[in-house]
Every structure is written in C-alpha cells, then in structure tokens.
Design a binder for this molecule. Structure first.
Ligand code: ADP
Length: 244
C-alpha cells in the first residue's frame, strides 16, 4: 500500500523522523524497574515504550498442567488501550494472542526450561505506547527481565525490525514507515550464538534485498545487544557497590 501524498524519505536519504536509513531510534534501557516482579525491564525505542515483567520459576496452577521435565514458559503481550491513536479494544485481540505466541517461541530458544521442572515462568510484555516495532522491543525487554529474574539462558534476545520504504532498506521502522512502507521484517537474535530466534516478513523483498536487510538487522541487533549488556552491567555494579 503506497500513499502518494506522503514522502517518507527525502532526496538526501533522511527519514520522516530525521534519521538516516541505517539508524536506530534513540534507545533507553532500564532494568529492575518494578518492585513486585522477580525481574523487570523498561525499553524505550523512540516513541515505543514497553515494560516487561517476569515471575518465577513458580508453582503451576492448576497443578495438573505442570510438566514433569521442564518449566512452562507463559508469555502475554498486551497493548494498553491508550498505547495507540485509536483506542485499542480491552482484552486480548487476535494480534496480541499471536504476538504472545511468537515472543514465547523466541524466548523458548534461549531459556533453560529443563532446569525448572513442574514450574512456570510467566513473562508479561506491556506496551505503554506503540510507534512500530513493539514485538521486537518487547522481546528485547522480556529477555532483560528474565535475566534480572535470574533465569538461566543461553543468551539474551535482542530484536529489531528492518524493512523497505520507498525503495530504500531501513533499520528500525516507526509506525508510519511500517504502515506505508513496502515491507516490514521483524528479526530477533541470540547474538552471541549468532542464532535467529524470530523472523517474520510482511510485504515483499527480492533475494538480494532480503540478504541486505538481514545484515542491516544484525547491525542494529548488535547495537541493542551492547546496550542490553551495558544496562545489566550497570545494574549489577550498583548492587555490588551497595554490598561493599
Ligand atoms: P509491531 O509493533 O511489532 O511492529 P505491527 O506491525 O502489527 O507490530 O504493528 C505496527 C504498529 O502499528 C504498532 O507498533 C502500532 O504503532 C500500530 N498498531 C498496532 N495495533 C494497533 C491498533 N490496534 N490500533 C492502532 N495502531 C496499532
């Protein structure tokens, strides 16, 4: 779908929000932002704002749902009614149910679930404000919340969307680029393992564009991963200073 009146990328290659084609939105990461959960994180990527909270490993209710050989990973992706321009209906929409599933599947590839049989680990992703890339920023936040909860994982998950807008490959699409662009490809990786744990594509890319888009996503993901690690390091150096 193309909107003829709207110009999303200038002749100079500057995007509608002032970014270069291969530039992430300003990224803010905080860990340990909520008191009641075992682990939590806040991720802000431009105007997209997300909290993630983790509970567990904890007893499964009802008990017969517990698995004898591993923990159950429950994920709930939810957008607040005030997170989008038009008020989102209350309760879980089909889109939120689908995104909860893809987020769970991506996290299942890194969490050592077999270490906690008969328990559940519950991950809540709460979108406070949505401006594109919520599933990816949600994953970035969720893996940090899991790390803060002390859940053993093979790696963190860092994620970003790439896409094609007015013929250009761009990193980290905002809502308007997502809506009017030609393609949108959310990607999540376990960067240390060089493993892709989520890849979706909405729209069309040629083989060559797909290859380039993947490289661009990896570049963005490495930047996000570095910031995730910095945030964890900062949090734990503060803790160890308090203990001295
Ligand atoms: P993602 O947020 O992972 O990019 P989508 O591609 O489905 O997922 O959504 C893109 C953007 O569209 C969202 O980030 C949000 O800004 C907007 N959006 C999603 N759902 C709604 C909705 N129900 N009402 C208005 N805007 C929405």
């Amino acid at each position: 779908m193309k909107n003829e009146k709207l110009k999303l990328i200038s002749e100079e290659g500057i995007r509608i929000d002032g970014r270069k084609l291969e530039e992430l939105r300003p990224l803010r990461i905080e860990i340990g932002v909520l008191d009641k959960s075992d682990g939590s994180a806040y991720v802000e990527l431009g105007k997209t704002k997300i909290f993630a909270a983790v509970f567990g490993p904890r007893e499964v209710h009802p008990k017969h749902l517990a698995l004898p050989d591993r923990a159950i990973l429950n994920c709930r992706y939810h957008m607040t009614s005030f997170s989008v321009d038009e008020r989102k209906p209350l309760g879980m929409t089909r889109r939120e149910i689908e995104l909860s599933k893809v987020i769970r599947e991506a996290l299942e590839s890194v969490v050592f679930l077999e270490e906690f049989p008969r328990t559940s680990i519950d991950v809540y992703v709460e979108v406070i404000q949505a401006d594109g890339g919520t599933r990816t920023a949600g994953l970035t936040a969720a893996s940090l919340a899991l790390a803060e909860a002390g859940i053993p994982m093979a790696d963190l998950v860092a994620a970003v969307a790439v896409g094609k807008v007015e013929g250009h490959l761009v990193l980290d699409l905002c809502d308007i680029e997502d809506k009017y662009g030609e393609a949108d490809m959310p990607i999540a990786m376990a960067p240390r393992l060089n493993s892709i744990v989520l890849l979706q594509l909405n729209g069309r890319l040629t083989k060559e564009e797909f290859r380039k888009a993947l490289e661009l996503a990896k570049k963005g993901i490495m930047e996000i991963y570095q910031k995730q690690r910095d945030a964890l390091r900062k949090k734990y150096s503060e803790v160890s200073l308090m203990e001295v």
